[in-house]
Write a protein that binds this ligand. Structure first.
Ligand SMILES: C[S@@+](CC[C@H](N)C(=O)[O-])C[C@H]1O[C@@H](n2cnc3c(N)ncnc32)[C@H](O)[C@@H]1O
Length: 281
């Protein structure tokens, strides 16, 4: 019989189980969560262990590897999909004031929204550009790792119950029209008007493993890097740098920053509070 490893603790054992689980997911499904920030990852995985009525991360590993539906449920949790129309209204006000004038100088505008979740961010940007008379010459590439949220994004549907909060965000973001004028009601849901979705392409792209696919005037990646560990964040910043044109704009989430990263010197602040940066060359 094996004696317990001296110094071995439940927490250390759980770390080993987590590592094996993440290797298994990567090996079998190709989703690479090995360099995500461990603390929030562990929290989400523990919740899944409970929800699947299992005893441990090892139990979850067995179920996930043999049951794709379990993997899909896990993926839904691991890729936290919280989003909203005009989330952080101050950001959209700054985008309108500082980024729109720069975009105006391009004959064709290409924007990448990385980690777009169910599409609300892409539709919000589309509305701002429509109001600024730029939407017609814009192409928005909105990507996410998770095909389930992309499918929802493509439908352009919003729940009616969310409309009051979204309208409030829109007005605080400097919107001057009726937000509802961009939607049509059908079957208890609101659907974005086709003229606003026609220049948006939703596609799967994994920031961990996929490379650049175009050159952009602006990249928005908000509330995504916060879930990544440092090495992975640096990989993604390299990807963004190589995907922006000279003087292109990078937008991060409220709790994210370029400060103290190796890429800080390659950008200047456009609006540091709203996490808007511009390539220096
Ligand atoms: C919290 S949501 C942010 C949505 C939106 N950007 C916003 O700020 O409202 C994070 C999104 O990042 C996506 N994501 C997580 N890991 C990813 C990866 N490796 N590649 C691409 N997207 C990823 C998730 O699926 C999720 O939809």
């Amino acid at each position: 019989m094996f004696a317990e490893v001296p110094g071995g603790t439940d927490a250390a054992l759980e770390d080993v189980e987590m590592q094996l689980l993440l290797e298994g997911i990567y090996g079998h499904y190709g989703f690479d969560f090995r360099q995500y920030a461990p603390s929030s990852l562990k929290r989400q995985l523990r919740k899944r262990v409970q929800a699947e009525k299992l005893e441990s991360l090892s139990g979850l590993q067995e179920k996930v590897l043999h049951d794709p539906a379990c993997m899909e449920r896990l993926l839904r949790v691991l890729s936290v999909n919280v989003t909203a129309m005009f989330r952080d209204p101050g950001f959209y006000a700054a985008f309108r004031a500082m980024v729109v004038p720069l975009l105006r100088t391009y004959p064709v505008i290409r924007i990448w929204i990385a980690g777009c979740s169910t599409g609300e961010e892409a539709y919000s940007v589309a509305i701002v550009l429509e109001e600024e008379g730029l939407y017609e010459r814009t192409r928005i590439y909105a990507t996410d790792i998770n095909e389930v949220v992309l499918e929802r994004a493509r439908t352009g549907a919003l729940a009616l119950k969310d409309m009051p909060a979204y309208t409030d965000n829109y007005l605080r973001a400097g919107g001057t029209r009726e937000l509802s004028s961009y939607f049509a009601e059908a079957g208890g849901k609101l659907r974005i008007s086709p003229s606003l979705s026609e220049n948006i392409l939703f596609a799967q792209h994994n920031l961990v493993s996929d490379g650049p696919f175009n050159e952009f005037n602006a990249i928005l990646c908000r509330n995504v890097l916060i879930y990544f560990g440092r090495t992975l964040q640096e990989r993604v910043h390299e990807l963004f740098y190589n995907s922006l044109n000279s003087f292109g704009v990078l937008a991060l989430g409220q709790k994210e920053s370029l400060r103290f990263t190796p890429h800080e010197a390659r950008y200047q602040d456009l609006d540091a509070r709203q996490k808007l940066y511009r390539r220096t060359a």
